[in-house]
Write a protein that binds this ligand. Structure first.
Ligand code: FFO
Ligand code: GTP
Ligand code: MG
Length: 436
């Protein structure tokens, strides 16, 4: 297969100490020669004076990675340039003159996938690793890049194909003597696969929560101290605080990192009945936001009534008793509570530690590597439904069971890109940055 030779800036655009342009494709070697980079030892950095038509371009470190031992599996090269805009631009123009074209977003990794260097789940891991801003996100992406998720999906598919082989054997060579032979042989394989798929899916969406951020929402009566606590947790005066009840109207989001996990914290309007249409809308938004939270902090000040917030709160919400510098009412016997004061800072460390522990419990390890994307979840859910249908059909018709098993195997194959994936490639690679 011959494809265009492509190039892209692999480092962030703008001024920097060093800028790396990478190339991939069969025209790589010729382009390097023309620019003055010859006699390169594979995978070794060499200093070369690059130029074009007698114009000096840069003194650069150049590496070439002959196919197939490269990131994309094609002939590749890297030009480690001085990181000035003019240098990068001039080298880019020279490459275009030589027939090398700028890469599309994700095109290097797409080529790596198309050349069998990695599967789709691993390609997505590359994008996640580049986007990772917390240690948990990076660790999760790295596990996926190593193939942990791919291997788990491949294991499911192997079980399906095993069951399918038994079913097909039964169709081709019906065993008259033992009519329920098939159900006996393939049934246990399918039963355990169904349990495995259910376990993989029943993960509380922890993979997606690590990637996208765990949602914590502050709820409470007006004036309970929600916005003060919000500001203390995000360590800046992001929300307006006043002694006037009903100060906050909009939902205010802030991203922070707690214990290595990405968290989106939301401050909301105090819950109370009101005739003011603006406040009514604020309260509606507060409730809607709380519905989608992974964790809600019920913020209560001394003397707060058993009002709308108390009625809205759930047993699993963390009760945060505020303004401990003013008063310390006895915490209720039926739930855990943490007392804090944003005025003195008391209890804020304990609250932070409690949250970090809760995040670790909710988001870290189970037996199965995290399902990290909705795309995977959709396909696993389809595969489970088909496997369950096959399990039922097993008792009735090997032909029907075979159809269901093939459908299930197909759904799994689409996660890793083992078959028929042209239509999903756009979905996967369009979100990449250029140069990856
Ligand atoms: N300078 C530089 N740093 C980088 C990359 C790169 O492309 N260039 N990477 C890019 O994402 C990552 C490393 N990933 C890579 C993966 C495979 C190969 C590669 O050439 N593989 C060959 C040879 C393996 C070997 O030497 O053992 C192969 O698998 O055949 C290179 C980088 C992160 N750091
Ligand atoms: N003494 C003391 N006052 C506090 C503390 N936390 C908040 N306050 C005061 O309580 C009042 C209300 O605080 P906010 O943080 O605006 O309360 P809120 O829950 O966001 O209120 P709404 O937005 O109206 O729902 C302000 O006057 C704060 O200064 C605290 O820990 N100690
Ligand atoms: Mg407020």
């Amino acid at each position: 297969m011959t494809s265009d030779t492509i190039f892209a800036l692999a480092t962030p655009p703008g001024r920097g100490a060093i800028a790396i342009i990478r190339l991939s494709g069969s025209g790589t070697g010729r382009a390097l020669e023309t620019l003055g980079a010859s006699n390169l030892k594979p995978r070794m950095a060499s200093l070369r004076a690059l130029g074009m038509d007698g114009h000096a371009l840069d003194q650069a470190l150049v590496l070439r990675f002959p196919a197939p031992n490269s990131y994309t599996g094609e002939d590749c090269a890297e030009l480690h340039l001085h990181g000035g805009r003019a240098v990068v631009e001039a080298v880019g123009e020279a490459l275009v003159t030589l027939g090398v074209r700028p890469a599309e977003p994700g095109e290097f990794t797409r080529r790596a996938f198309e050349n069998g260097r990695m599967d789709l789940a691993q390609a997505e891991a590359v994008a996640d690793l580049i986007d990772a801003e917390t240690t948990a996100q990076a660790a999760q992406a790295l596990g996926q890049l190593d193939g942990a998720l791919s291997q788990a999906y491949a294991g499911f598919r192997r079980d399906l194909l095993k069951a399918l082989a038994l079913v097909e054997a039964e169709i081709d060579f019906p065993d008259e003597e033992v009519p329920d032979n098939l159900a006996r042989a393939a049934g246990p394989v399918l039963d355990s696969l169904i349990v495995d798929l259910q376990t993989a899916l029943a993960d509380g969406r922890r993979g997606e929560r690590v990637r996208e951020g765990y949602r914590i929402v502050l709820i409470g009566e007006t004036n309970a101290g929600k916005s003060s606590l919000f500001n203390a947790l995000v360590a800046r005066e992001a929300a307006i605080v006043t002694p006037i009840a009903g100060t906050t109207r909009d939902v205010l989001d802030a991203d922070l990192v707690i214990g290595g996990y990405a968290v989106t914290l939301s401050d909301t309007a105090g819950l109370r009945d009101s005739n003011d249409p603006i406040e009514v809308e604020g309260v509606r938004r507060a409730r809607a936001c709380a519905e989608h939270a992974d964790l809600r902090l019920w913020v209560r000040a001394p003397g707060d009534p058993e009002g709308p917030a108390a009625r809205f709160a759930r047993p699993e919400d963390l009760l945060v008793l505020t303004k401990s510098d003013l008063d310390r009412p006895a915490p209720p016997a039926d739930r855990h509570a943490i007392s804090v004061s944003t005025r003195t800072g008391e209890g804020l460390g304990a609250l932070h530690d409690w949250l970090a522990a809760r995040l670790a419990t909710d988001l870290s390890g189970a037996d199965f590597p995290a399902v990290t994307r909705e795309r995977h979840r959709r396909r696993l859910t389809e595969a489970l439904a088909s496997a369950q249908a096959a399990r039922l059909a097993l008792e009735v018709s090997p032909e029907l069971a075979g159809d269901d098993l093939r459908r299930a195997a197909d759904s799994l194959a689409r996660v890793t890109g083992a078959i028929g994936v042209e239509d999903i490639l756009g979905e996967v690679f369009s979100t990449f940055c250029i140069g990856k």
